[in-house]
Every structure is written in C-alpha cells, then in structure tokens.
Ligand binder design. Sequence first.
Ligand SMILES: C[S@@+](CC[C@H](N)C(=O)[O-])C[C@H]1O[C@@H](n2cnc3c(N)ncnc32)[C@H](O)[C@@H]1O
Length: 268
Amino acid sequence: MIDIENMSNKTLLKEQYKNTNNLKLRKSLHEKYSVNKIGLQRWMFDQYPFHPKCKILELGSGRGELWDYYLENEKLQGYEMDITLSDFSDGMVEHLQKSELGSKMSIQKIDILDIPFEDDTFDLIIANSMLYHVRDIDLALSEVKRVLKKGGEFYCSTSGIHGMIQYLYHALDELNISYNKESTISFTLQNGTELLKKQFSKVERRDYEDALAIDMVEDYVDYIYSMASLQGLDRKNYDLFLNYFNSKKVDGYLHIPKEYGMFVAGKE
Ligand SMILES: C[S@@+](CC[C@H](N)C(=O)[O-])C[C@H]1O[C@@H](n2cnc3c(N)ncnc32)[C@H](O)[C@@H]1O
C-alpha cells in the first residue's frame, strides 16, 4: 500500500498518473453507466472553435482521448492546424508518443505552472479535468493567459461541488473511513468564474447534464480505489463498500450525481 502520509501532494499526483491504468478504469465507468449518452469528451470537442491554421495547446492531456474525435474527422485533419498535446507525467507523454496521435501532433512534457512557450503563441488552449489538481491556480492561469494570443480562447473543464466526489465523501463519512480530500476541490464549477476573471476579461460557464445509474456495484468500488485523493485506502474495506453501496440501490440501480461543465475564457 502507498504511504500517503509521507508523500507530497505532487509526488502523490505523479504516482496516480504514472501510467494510464487509473484513467482507463475511470473512463469505462462513465461509458458504461452515464445517463447522458452524448459523452462528455464529445460534448466538449464539438464546442472548440477550430479553424484551418489554428495553433492549439492542450495541457494535462492524459491519454489524449479527446483527440479520438479529431482522428475520425477528415475535415479537421485536412486543416493545417498546429497541435501540441502535453502532460507533466512521463507515463502519459510516453503513451501519447506511442499512440496514433504521436505521428500527427507534437507531444511534450509540460507542467502548467511553467509553460515553455513565448507569450501570445496559441489561438486555443485546452485544460480538461486537471486544474483541480493544481496547487497554485493563479500562477497556472497566468501562464495560460501569457501564452494565449490576444483574441484567443481558453477552454477548461472541471467538476462542481455537488457531484461524484461529494457523494463519495459522504459515503466515506458514513462508513467512518478516513481519507485525504485536500487536492480535489481547488478549481470547481462554483469558484472557476471568479478565479478565471482575475486573468481573463470574458468568462462563460457551460454545464453538462449527467448522472450515473450503476447496477454492478463492483465497478464503482474499483473506481473508488483508482481515485488520486484516495490512494492508500485499505483493500480490506472492499466488502464493506460493496455491502454499503448495494444497500443504497433504488430499483436495482445505484444513482450517483454528476456535476460537470466547462469554462470558456477569452483574452482581449
Ligand atoms: C484527470 S486527468 C485528465 C486527463 C484528460 N485531460 C481528460 O480529460 O481525460 C489529469 C491529468 O492532468 C495531469 N496533470 C496534473 N497536474 C498537472 C500539471 N501541473 N501540469 C500538467 N499536467 C498535469 C495528470 O498527469 C493527468 O494526466
């Protein structure tokens, strides 16, 4: 078991994202049990303002699954867009380099707190489900603003404070199980506008309506064990979780709320 007491927040994050396994497991839960069948990544991808010479940077790309929709879109592939995918994890960067995306895009190891590009470089910057991991959010957002061109846009997605994480924390509290919750709520749908407005003149919030309806509770318990903030949870609690969540089923399903969306921030 990982000794979270003796690991810094950054080391813990790097451990969580050292390879793609945890992300893959979490994605499959959403695919299998989400009520909204459009899919979050598709919903986000369809809103990006691509144009033929668009210069794009994605931060915290993870497995790069957003770009599946690029690979299946011949029109977009015909554009001369200059796309850089990045992550601060060696494992993610290696995965991206070996994937089909590696031959079509530039892949780089980048920490959002120190972006190695000149001022005013990109038309579009994307950061999905990663800002809530960042400790110095003001520094991260000022770096994004610095490398964004005037007239460019920053698209970032995150969760709200009434969604899956809070549902889980409530369950852990009821079960009297201790956990590390500090790193998961630094950038949310609720505080995102205020944080972004310190840097960007125009900020708009767009919500994605969804929830989970789960019949196989084992899948949800595996998901719990894959969470960054919960690494170190004892495997001996597995059956306790199973019994608890099975007891919460209504009409054969465990219903879990989701609160997710994104912000579009513009630089003038
Ligand atoms: C929850 S995953 C999201 C992956 C992908 N954007 C998605 O939406 O599926 C968070 C990713 O952010 C990366 N990350 C966390 N902190 C970062 C930082 N300071 N700079 C760059 N990447 C970071 C992690 O390595 C991980 O791949």
